[in-house]
Ligand binder design. Sequence first.
Ligand SMILES: [Zn+2]
Length: 190
Amino acid sequence: MVKFVILLLLIAGLGLGVYFASFKKTPQYNNVPSKMKAVSKIRAVGDDECKIQVNEAITLLKQKAPKHFQLAVDYLGTIECVEDGSDIFDYDQPARVKFGKLTMDEGVLWLSSAIVHEACHVKQYNDFRQENLTKNVPDEVYKGKNAEGWCLEVQADVLEKMGSDKDTIDYVKNSINEEYWKVPDRIIWW
Ligand SMILES: [Zn+2]
């Protein structure tokens, strides 16, 4: 009788073990190479290369610039890789950003800094919404010369923290004179 009870307990234990183990499975990731597994809650939308590039950029931020990493994670929901036509949808909750191939292929340092730059715009947008308790955010809050000047400073700062070369940092600082934000959406090539 005692043997029978022990056997029964063993079977029950085994059953419970199998039952709980099934919760740990994440079947949808079973065949995804580790390089493509998301390293934060930011979702990469695109092909395998896109997912790997986004992961590398976010990992670099996490390691070298934790505060900027936090900014990106707090304000960005989705990073989408597109052919051309980089864009930001500040009003999506959480916000969505699109990066063209030119931006994606500029290297991991550049992509990391571009992610932070766009997160900065989303923060501008959301801060205004929260501080003024309104959904009507004027364009100049997160677009145009002032808004760009602020986010270029943040971008230059993160490039410095990641050990970028001086030429790239200067390029970012000087781009305020390029007035790139005036380029119409339909012909953005980056
Ligand atoms: Zn900008």
